[in-house]
Design a protein around this ligand. Structure first.
Ligand code: ADQ
Length: 474
């Protein structure tokens, strides 16, 4: 006998549930995966007794709904084939490259699209089941662009928001997608569509105009509404995401993290530290950065006895061919640079292909004299904001790519074009040599931005706009 599942006034829909399965000798348990999104949404979900719909991260398994840290989790089952076609395929080998300036070529595979349709429909069906009458549903990111419309067809009574964490490309690139009109129409099922920066919203509006003929009037798109045969308003705007600035500042200020940072500096021989922290992804510009650094060493503009580069490269999407190749290339360059410039006990580049806990990350940020954030394209880039939040001492230099969404807000960083290797090299040298007065003046202004614009505020702004009421969570 089947029972009616409980329903919720607020439902978050994202590809992944905010938990990881850990297989203990006593059986599997779930631990919350700490991340910006969970931190942002947790208070709002808790205040509304909300639910989170997503894939639990293990293929071919049916997992019953469960509760973690007072959030109701509603698992969506994916088969191993679907993970390959919908996630690794269409999401990460077609959409991801197109939306990031085709840094690597996109692959178009019709069977992947069929899987994307099927999986988006499954997410929409699950959200429709657990949304209470008149509920608010917030859909996240490029894996689920069709969910807003698929959900609306089932549940015209709910308010639907969609937030794009990655860029939305210029129309000339978006137009390459064989399924471009389906994607735009899928997203237009939402009442509110949020992007990281204004330029993404503009690109989306251009694509909408080109593919559907709809354009914005008095701040809204008027979209045909199938349930009333009239039209309904869709708002498209930017909501730059951020971090839990207060929590990271507090962690960075703790005596344990301060001691860990001092240890990092001592372990690296008291040299000045340049730091990079990225998922090992071709969008992050890691190769350009290493090339610039290698040239500075070759030209003698950086002395490895005085400066060291630490590159943390988090394992990512290792089943996708482009990511495996990137890892090989990065490791080849690191090996070469160290072969040429390291001495015993003194690496020129320290390369860490590992995950770190929050305290270890905060210690690295605190230890780093110069932070290098040089993506070729990035929706926002939270690492840039984390570095600033962690610099409770008011010191440190941020070098930031113009092509990261974060560059719109973090104007006091040294802004660079990562394709301009000569310019990048000059910025690195300038960062290493910057006088303390200038460093502190820049950092003070950066900190003002990051401490004010928090992820909590981001979530409240989006949710307030979507539901029409500002105050949702304290
Ligand atoms: P990502 O591409 O994953 O996110 P980013 O915004 O930089 O990129 O976030 C990475 C997160 O992973 C940061 O919080 C960072 O601290 C953490 N991290 C990186 N390396 C780590 C390591 N070795 N150990 C532990 N943690 C590590 C996507 C978009 C971005 C957008 C975010 C949020 O591509 O542009 O900013 O979503 O919307």
């Amino acid at each position: 006998m089947s029972t009616t599942p409980p329903t919720f006034d607020l439902v978050v829909v994202a590809n992944r549930l905010p938990v990881d399965r850990v297989d203990e000798p006593t059986g599997p348990t779930w631990v919350t995966a700490p991340g910006g999104l969970v931190t942002a949404l947790e208070p709002i979900l808790a205040a509304r007794e909300g639910a989170w719909v997503g894939w639990p991260g293990v293929p071919d398994e049916t997992v019953e709904p469960f509760t973690a840290d007072s959030i109701s989790l509603v698992p969506v089952r994916l088969s191993a084939d679907e993970v390959e076609a919908y996630y690794e395929g269409l999401s990460n080998s077609t959409i991801w490259p197109i939306y990031h300036d085709v840094i690597v070529p996109a692959t178009f595979e019709r069977s992947w699209w069929q899987a994307y349709l099927r999986v988006n429909d499954r997410f929409a069906a699950r959200a429709a089941e657990v949304a209470a009458p008149g509920a608010t549903v917030w859909v996240h990111d490029y894996q689920l662009q069709l969910v807003p419309q698929m959900l609306r067809e089932r549940r015209p009574d709910v308010r639907i928001g969609y937030f794009a964490h990655i860029p939305f490309p210029p129309y000339e690139l978006f137009a390459q997608l064989p399924w471009r009109t389906d994607i735009v129409k899928g997203m237009l099922g939402a009442d509110l569509i949020g992007f990281q920066i204004d330029a993404d919203a503009d690109n989306f509006l251009r694509a909408t105009r080109a593919l559907t003929g709809l354009s914005r009037r008095r701040g809204q798109l008027r979209v045909p509404d199938l349930s009333t045969a009239g039209t309904r308003g869709v708002t498209v705007t930017d909501f730059p995401i951020s971090i839990d600035s207060a929590a990271l500042s507090a962690l960075a200020a703790s005596p344990e993290v301060a001691a860990q940072a001092a240890q990092v500096r001592a372990d690296l021989g008291g040299r000045r530290i340049i730091l990079g922290v990225d998922r090992l992804d071709y969008t992050k510009g890691i190769r350009h950065r290493l090339q610039a650094y290698a040239e500075l060493l070759a030209e003698g503009r950086i002395d490895p006895a005085e400066v060291v580069l630490v590159q943390v490269a988090t394992p990512s999407r290792e089943r996708v061919e482009d990511y495996r190749r990137l890892r090989d290339e990065v490791e080849l360059i690191v090996g070469r640079v160290n072969g040429d410039y390291a001495s015993i006990g003194q690496p020129a580049v320290v390369y860490l292909h590992q995950n770190h806990d929050r305290a270890a990350m905060a210690a690295l940020y605190r230890a780093a004299d110069v932070m290098l954030v040089t993506p070729l394209r990035d929706g926002m880039n939270l690492v840039a904001k984390e570095y600033v939040a962690a610099r409770v001492d008011g010191d440190g230099v941020l070098i930031l790519s113009e092509f990261a969404g974060a560059a719109v807000e973090l104007r006091q960083a040294l802004l660079i074009n990562p394709h301009d290797i000569a310019g990048l090299k000059d910025a690195i040298v300038r960062g290493v040599r910057m006088p303390p007065g200038e460093r502190r003046a820049r950092m003070r202004r950066l900190r003002r931005v990051v401490l004010q614009r928090t992820v909590q505020r981001w979530a409240e702004d989006f949710f307030g706009e979507l539901t029409g009421d500002g105050a949702v969570a304290s």
